[in-house]
Design a protein around this ligand. Structure first.
Ligand SMILES: Cc1cc2nc3c(=O)[nH]c(=O)nc-3n(C[C@H](O)[C@H](O)[C@H](O)COP(=O)(O)OP(=O)(O)OC[C@H]3O[C@@H](n4cnc5c(N)ncnc54)[C@H](O)[C@@H]3O)c2cc1C
Length: 332
């Protein structure tokens, strides 16, 4: 029996994968979504999304339930509990997708495996994070919930400073803990930060050469232990929440050797059309270079990649063409 060849296989059923599935299936392409756990991705971890346009307040679960239902209605096939372990471009142009449960073939693949927040790996982190009681990895998402509160933020890169500045707009007081004396972030951001630190009206304090070694509290976060890495002195600092901004880890180990990745593991692709270096394979969402790491941008990526499969199906040689301002894969 000949093996079925899908038009588009989507790896990952998070927001990017679901956005791609809705558009691809509605275009009547044979579409399958391969998802390691169950549809939803990272956003299932939050009960309150305030920045998804059109919804002032919606839970991750409700939004995903709607998107999942929408993709199913248009005919997308969901293969949940399917861990994709490698992909391979075949000589006939199709792409082989190898999973723990078997093998699939497809004309195009949209990679949307997302990424995970890098953790501190300290006592209390997992407990308070999974209970949603005071540990967050996203200042843009959760900053407003700390209005008038005392928070600790951890990190020293661009994202850490941008996110800390954002959270400080809401918090009464923010202590930024960084393990070195110097920040890695760009000068302009460091200058902006220092203005807030030095100003009498500023609400940001720095704890340099320091690390957080434990997050403590009864039912919610109440304090952190901060250790100075030079003197080894440990101090308890009271706070209502901890923001951890120490980077993202893309879920792309399974692509090593088959798809071109950056040193940090993000999938390399062109930003206009989301094409990887492997013809027929697109990247969407938090897994790709330059991702904004937001719900709305991840969904938009999935949609964009699904639209671009049409261009690839029309003409496979389009893959090597530069990004053009006259391309309109278009239509709704
Ligand atoms: C607690 C929390 C709160 C957030 N709040 C907000 C918010 O309020 N607003 C906002 O804009 N953003 C928010 N975000 C960020 C947002 O959730 C992400 O930007 C978005 O989920 C990225 O979508 P994605 O589809 O690219 O990746 P993900 O959501 O990471 O989904 C990837 C999916 O791929 C699956 N997968 C991974 N590897 C494989 C594999 N090998 N085989 C099969 N499946 C695989 C995963 O299981 C997962 O389901 C929040 C994130 C978190 C963690």
């Amino acid at each position: 029996m000949t093996q079925k060849i899908y038009d588009t296989i989507i790896v990952g059923g998070g927001p990017a994968g679901l956005g791609a599935a809705i558009y691809s299936a509605r275009d009547r392409f044979e579409t399958a979504v391969l998802e390691k756990f169950y549809p939803g991705g990272q956003i299932l971890n939050t009960d309150r999304i305030e920045n998804y346009p059109g919804f002032e307040d919606i839970s991750g679960g409700d939004l995903i339930a709607n998107m999942y239902g929408q993709a199913q209605k248009f005919g997308a096939e969901f293969k949940t509990g399917t861990d994709v372990q490698s992909i391979k471009k075949l000589a006939d142009g199709n792409i082989e997708v190898n999973c723990d449960t078997g093998q699939y073939l497809s004309k195009a693949v949209i990679l949307a495996p997302g990424s995970s927040y890098r953790k501190l790996d300290v006592p209390g982190e997992d407990e308070f994070r999974s209970a949603g009681t005071g540990v967050s990895y996203c200042g843009t998402c959760d900053g407003p919930f700390y209005k008038g509160k005392k928070v600790v933020a951890v990190g020293g890169g661009n994202t850490a400073i941008e996110e800390a500045l954002h959270v400080a707009k809401f918090a009464a007081e923010l202590t930024l803990v960084h393990r070195r004396q110097e920040f890695r972030a760009t000068k302009v951001l460091v200058e902006e930060l220092m203005e807030k630190v030095d100003s009498p009206q500023g609400n940001i304090k720095l704890q340099l050469d320091s690390v957080v070694t434990a997050i403590e509290g009864d039912e919610k976060v109440q304090s952190v232990k901060i250790q100075n890495v030079k003197t080894q002195a440990v101090e308890d600092v009271d706070c209502d929440g901890v923001f951890i901004f120490v980077g993202m880890v893309p879920n792309t180990d399974f692509l090593q050797g088959s798809i071109e990745l950056t040193d940090a593991g993000f999938i390399k692709c062109d930003v206009g059309y989301l094409r990887t270096k492997t013809p027929g394979v697109f990247a969407a969402g938090d897994c790709r270079t330059g991702a904004a790491m937001q719900l709305v941008t991840a969904i938009a990526d999935g949609v964009n990649a699904a639209m671009m499969t049409k261009q690839y199906f029309r003409d496979v040689n389009w893959w090597n063409e530069p990004v053009s301002d006259s391309l309109t894969p278009g239509g709704w």
